[in-house]
Design a protein around this ligand. Structure first.
Ligand code: AMP
Ligand code: MG
Length: 318
């Protein structure tokens, strides 16, 4: 039985000491928990545990891998994971804790699962301003990856009942703290190469950011970099051949199931394991001493659909 087709009982617990302790146990066991934040309910898992992060995708049934936002308790925890330039410094000082996500260069050895960043060298990070999420961060001591706690294609949940409407039976637990204060997803600002850009509008306005920094803030490049359509998706630098069952000359073969390669996404043909390994396997293949990459077929069900979506993008010449 895989996480994508398992039917489990979803427990709803009120926010409080017992609820947070139970949620922390689920996280420690590599599971995910729907948590209130000041924006919307998020589906939280340990951002350093690639299988736990794959479980988020399995529960949401997302057709592709978007990079996820990492939630940390404070500025010091964020500094351990990302490199702040002067603009990022001032934005964090002014708006954290709060509904502002910063996309920053990730620190070497940050220990974040590559599935969280979808293989990118940057990390999206924020310090949430909700007591429940802060309590879970304190209880787990882990950075928590958390996209919105809804099945793919349904609207973002601002109440525990909304979470249950789309994820009942697909996640072990939701912590209920009533309606979320904001109901809108966080503003996303990228700080890189001395530039500041808004990648997603949200509760903190572009004007507020511009006023603070004293500069005009560029948008998402005429909409190209809207969520889900990142121009900056990780792509290998070499040609990629899909549905390969045998290695051809000059190829590094990434196997799956019975197709053995130089590496494998999952020797036992498990889609959750394959999702957890996907970006690492692509990076390893990219730095191997071969001219091309080949990838074994992955069945298009459950998480396999998201894996294939990602592989098809990797196979399109840059
Ligand atoms: P969600 O977690 O569903 O609220 O969505 C997170 C969004 O953050 C993604 O869809 C991306 O648009 C954006 N994002 C996360 N990480 C990065 C990154 N490293 N670079 C650029 N955008 C990012
Ligand atoms: Mg969402």
């Amino acid at each position: 039985m895989t996480a994508s087709n398992a039917s489990i009982t979803t427990v709803s617990l009120p926010y409080g000491t017992a609820g947070i302790a139970a949620a922390a146990r689920v996280i420690a066991d590599g599971g995910c928990v729907a948590m209130p934040t000041e924006t919307v309910y998020g589906l939280a898992a340990d951002a350093t545990d690639s299988r736990a992060v794959a479980g988020i995708y399995a529960a949401k049934g997302r057709p592709g891998f978007n990079p996820l936002i990492v939630h940390v308790p404070d500025r010091a925890a964020a500094e351990a994971l990302a490199i702040f330039d002067e603009a990022a410094d001032r934005l964090a000082e002014a708006f954290w804790p709060g509904p502002l996500t910063l996309v920053l260069p990730m620190r070497k050895g940050a220990g974040i699962a590559s599935l969280v960043t979808a293989g990118l060298p940057t990390i999206a990070i924020r310090v949430p301003a909700h007591d429940a999420m802060q309590a879970l961060l304190a209880a787990t001591g882990r950075p928590l990856a958390a996209p919105s706690a809804n099945a793919s294609g349904s609207i973002s949940p601002t109440r525990a009942e909304h979470v249950l409407r789309s994820l009942d039976g697909r996640i072990p637990m939701v912590i209920d703290a009533g309606p979320t204060p904001s109901g809108i997803e966080s503003t996303i600002i990228a700080c890189a190469d001395g530039r500041v850009r808004q990648l997603r509008p949200g509760p903190i306005s572009r004007e507020a950011v511009a006023d603070l920094l004293g500069v005009a803030i560029g948008g998402a490049g005429a909409g190209i970099e809207a969520p889900g359509q990142l121009a900056s998706h990780y792509a290998p630098s070499k040609p990629v051949r899909l549905n390969a069952t045998v290695r051809q000359a000059g190829e590094w073969l990434i196997g799956f199931g019975t197709v053995q390669g130089d590496d494998t996404l999952s020797a036992r043909g498990d889609a959750v394991e394959a999702a957890a390994r996907l970006f690492d396997a692509l990076h390893i293949a990219d730095s191997a001493g071969t001219a091309r990459i080949a990838v074994a077929p992955v069945p298009d069900k459950g998480l396999g659909a998201a894996i294939n979506d990602r592989l098809r993008r990797a196979a399109v010449p840059a």
